[in-house]
Design a binder for this molecule. Structure first.
Ligand SMILES: [Zn+2]
Length: 303
């Protein structure tokens, strides 16, 4: 028994040593990656050097490189020697050519559409395998984009044109589009669209659970809900709530919709509905009167 114990202790010590060795190796590789990033921050980097670097860095290292270069007012694409001019402050841009909303957060780090696209291409070719397990894979063959292969205005925001039209609040976009696609107004308009979309999505996912027990369907409420949400004044903070808070908001809004929708009004009158909503509110630590008080806040004062 003793001998086995001695052996396992020895085994244990060896395994520990191995793990330590692996850790040392990992740290060494990470240190080298940072040194490579530093080299990539120089004004202009040779093409073959950039290609060679892909072996030693992760996509995250490369993203850091782009960011660091742009902070230093250098084009994010390491082989480009251009300085960045005036950097636009907005996050979104409407392309006059494609009539789409673009997120230009990343695009702003580059001197041209070409450099943006070439950099993206390079980034996508960097192996996602962690540095310390790479010795077992053959390094990928990196191809750099050549001039004349075109470029891109930014990441397309997942707002389809169809959706923009349906919600028919993009008129200001349409008016401005042909004049100047980079006015800050469009930025705030695009932001507003996104804030509204987030709100509608959150409310819809809460209501989807609630409408069933009330014998309503989503189509009974969605049109009126959309019109109501359209009147809201959004900020970056008043659209952030926890799920129970969204549930409460959804219930209050449902009561407000009963003012315009006979179907909702009838549904909320049923005693089974009242009971269900009371139970739901109890789970949030609220009583029926609390909700009714909130609803009251939205109603015009009685004379
Ligand atoms: Zn450039």
């Amino acid at each position: 028994g003793k001998r086995i114990k001695a052996l396992t202790a020895e085994e244990e010590a060896r395994r520990r040593e191995e793990i330590k060795e692996k850790l040392r190796e990992k740290l060494e590789l990470e240190k080298r990656a940072l040194q490579v990033v530093e080299r990539l921050l120089e004004d202009s980097v040779a093409e073959d050097f950039l290609v060679d670097c892909a072996k030693f860095i992760t996509p995250a290292n490369y993203k850091d490189t782009i960011e660091e270069r742009s902070i230093a007012k250098l084009c994010g694409y390491p082989i480009c020697p251009n300085k960045l001019g005036k950097i636009p402050t907005q996050q979104y841009k409407i392309s006059a050519k494609t009539n789409k909303v673009y997120d230009i957060t990343e695009r702003k780090c580059f001197c041209s559409n070409f450099c943006y696209k070439a950099s993206k291409e390079f980034e996508l070719q960097i192996s996602k395998t962690p540095l310390w397990i790479r010795q077992h894979e053959s390094p990928p063959e990196i191809k750099l984009l050549k001039k004349g292969d075109g470029g891109s205005s930014g990441e397309e925001v997942m707002l389809s044109e169809k959706r923009l039209k349906e919600e028919d609040i993009e008129n200001p976009l349409n008016d401005r589009r042909t004049k100047d696609p980079v006015l800050p107004l469009i930025d705030s308009q695009a932001q507003h669209l996104i804030q509204k979309r987030i709100t509608v999505e959150k409310l819809t996912s809460c209501l989807r659970n609630i409408v069933g027990p009330l014998h309503l369907t989503m189509s009974d409420v969605s049109t009126d809900l959309n019109s109501l949400v359209r009147t809201f004044r959004f900020t970056n903070t008043n659209i952030i709530h926890k799920t129970p808070e969204w549930t409460l908001i959804a219930v209050v809004l449902l009561h407000l919709l009963s003012e315009v929708s006979p179907a909702v009004r009838e549904a909320l009158k049923r005693s089974a509905s009242v009971e269900y909503l009371n139970t739901l509110m109890e789970e949030l630590g609220l009583q029926e009167q609390d909700v009714l008080n909130l609803v009251q806040l939205f109603k015009p004062p009685k004379h």
